[in-house]
Write a protein that binds this ligand. Sequence first.
Ligand SMILES: Nc1nc2c(c(=O)[nH]1)N(C=O)[C@@H](CNc1ccc(C(=O)N[C@@H](CCC(=O)O)C(=O)O)cc1)CN2
Ligand SMILES: Nc1ncnc2c1ncn2[C@@H]1O[C@H](COP(=O)(O)OP(=O)(O)OP(=O)(O)O)[C@@H](O)[C@H]1O
Length: 203
Amino acid sequence: MAGSGRDLDATRAWTKDQWRRALLSERRRVPASARFAEAIKLTGRLTEGRVVRRGDTLCGYVPIGSEPGSWQMLDEVADRGVRILLPIVVGREPLDWAWYDGRESLRPGPFGLLQPIGERLGPAALRIADAVLVPALAVDRAGVRLGRGAGHYDRSLALAAPGTPLIAVVRDQEVFDHLPAEPHDIRMTAVLTPEKGLRPLGA
Ligand SMILES: Nc1nc2c(c(=O)[nH]1)N(C=O)[C@@H](CNc1ccc(C(=O)N[C@@H](CCC(=O)O)C(=O)O)cc1)CN2
Ligand SMILES: Nc1ncnc2c1ncn2[C@@H]1O[C@H](COP(=O)(O)OP(=O)(O)OP(=O)(O)O)[C@@H](O)[C@H]1O
């Protein structure tokens, strides 16, 4: 598959679904050992104080399948005094949110997700976040994010307070020059990757 900046002409014409298929098959080829090493690096990035600090509220996610990150990532961030909100899928509504309260507080949900069982705070709880980690398959330099294709985050992120960092979490190879965008796509303000850490996106 085209790496960042390569084969630009070929990928210019790709649809979002073609991108998704290519990105997911690439992810599935990453050995568990590499995924594990990347998760440890991501945890380091999240606990070094640039993304969130003690007392902050972070919207996180529980990684599933080949997504970047791990359980440890959430626990180590929580151990540093950061409160973590996790998303709950409610049909095609904006995502609902509940506090992360350890692994025992998670239950299997739709799409292979693990979701928190605590009190549902409503979609507007996103407003109290100091930063939002947004799971993604890829992101481009302008902040265009490619997700799973259900539109959950696009419907939800408009509820974040203006200026809240919206941080796509991807592997280093998943940052591209140009991805297909639609009018409803909400732009990410930054990207977090294991090797290069936190980088701003867009203008
Ligand atoms: N970890 C995580 N949580 C998330 C998302 C996400 O992408 N990742 N979402 C982002 O919007 C929302 C849920 N939407 C989702 C929509 C589709 C699939 C999905 O296609 N799941 C695959 C199985 C995944 C796997 O095991 O690799 C499937 O159902 O086939 C997942 C989440 C909110 N929570
Ligand atoms: N703000 C919105 N309001 C209503 N529908 C929306 C909105 N944003 C996205 N959608 C719907 O969701 C569908 C999927 O959107 P898109 O392909 O951008 O998903 P995605 O961002 O990749 O997925 P996800 O956010 O679930 O990871 C769109 O075709 C559109 O119908």
